[in-house]
Structure formats: structure tokens, C-alpha cells
Design a binder for this molecule. Sequence first.
Ligand code: F6R
Length: 264
Amino acid sequence: MRILIFPDRARAVQAAVIRVVRQVQDKPEATLGLATGGTMEDVYRGLIDLHRQGAVSFARASSFNLDEYIGIPASHPQSYGFYMRERLFSQVDFAAGATRLPDGASADPAAAAEAYEAEIARLGPIDLQLLGLGQNGHIGFNEPSSSLSSRTRVKTLTASTVEANSRFFAPGEAQPMRAITMGIATILDARRLLLLATGEAKAEATAQLIEGAVSAMWPCTALQMHRDVTVILDEAAAGLLKMRDYYGWVAEQEGAMHIGLAAG
Ligand code: F6R
């Protein structure tokens, strides 16, 4: 696990953006795994900026999103399909049909989840999976107690996740309680994982992710089992790490903090 701790959120976000861009520069036909949520909004702004500057084209790339709510149509402003169209897809140059999310509006969500898993198996593996981190340690919508060998399926959200995401819904508006999410094993199938966590609210989950025992109660700890994981943090998210100084020292020795973009 490569752990990179930046002084502030802006620099952490920029480091994540650069790594996504580098992936697509190195392999223009890359399959990206994408996430939603507040943390990713700035990442997508960064990707759009670099795309507009001509640094990256997604024309040959494709993507799979981690998850989608069940029971709201793709046209709903809080659906992840809407989020992705607004915040990324409509502003960069992915080819039509190259971006995919689970079909949360399906009449048969379990079948839709199975079909999504099969599609990832057919078109994957995902080259780079972008991940945020839930305060309760979820990745995708794999809530605490999720099987570490889970595949894409229907999950009922925990009360704490519903509460954390209620800020995106209008007061009194019906909020989905279930989602289709890639499973933990599905996520671990990606060639590389890139997790970004910022802010003090993520400090406990971050400490578990890096230093906790592997456990279904902290689904993010499953990342310890993957061979190519980069965790990008700001100081606030890194606040509870016992070996924080060591991670800084390692990153410095390896020159891992200052990766730039390829010229041209
Ligand atoms: C969303 C997703 C979630 C979020 C996580 C953090 O696609 O997979 O795991 O990454 O809930 O969300 P924010 O960034 O809003 O704190």
C-alpha cells in the first residue's frame, strides 16, 4: 500500500487527478472504475480542466461506476447516473456507450447487479479503480459486515450512510435505502486501486484502512489484500495514523509525492 499524505485537501485532490490522467495517457484505451460522492467532485473538476487544456482525452477509454441507488430514475438529480453526466461525462470526450453504471431503475435489481458483474468480467479488468471512503469504512456501498468476497449485488444502506448522504437530498424528500454496488471482490479485481480520503471525519476509517485488522466490519481493510493500492490523504484524514511519520518518510525516500504529468 502506497500512502501519500498531502498538507491540504487541494493538493491531495490534485495528486489523485494526476494519477488518473497518467493512467489514461499511458493507456488511452484504459478501463476506469469511477466513484461518486463529495470527495470526487473536485477530482472530476480537475480532470475536466486538464481535458480542456488538451492534456488528456477519454475518447478511447471506458468506465464502470461503483454503484447506483435503487428506486430512483437515472434522470433524478441525486442518481449517480445524473451526477456522473453532470460532473464528468458531458464535459469530457468519452465515446457514447463507453461509460456504465449499474441499472438502479431496473424492475429486477438483483438481475441488474448480476448483469453488471458479468459486463465487468467481459470488458475488464478495470485498469484503475477510483475509490472514496465512507466514514464507516465502506467502499462503494459495501457497508460494514459486507462479505470480503462479495460480488456486485443489492445492498441495504446503513442508517449512518443514509444520514451522511442526506445532505444531497432536499428536506423531506424520499431518500433511497438500497443500492446496487460492486462487491469487495469485484473491486479487488481491478489492476490498481486509488483511494482518496480527506477531512477529519474520515480519520478513523483511514486508520482502520491502513493499520486495522482485516475485517468485514471495516470493509476498506480488504484493500490491504491488494497488490497495487495508492491511498491519498490530507493531514486531517491522516490524523489518527499511528505510523504517520513513517509513511511520510517512505514517500520521501521513494520520491512518490511529486509525480507530474508527461509533457505534451
Ligand atoms: C460513491 C461511493 C462511496 C463514497 C463514500 C464517500 O460512489 O462509492 O463509497 O465514495 O461514501 O463519500 P464522500 O466523498 O461524499 O464522503
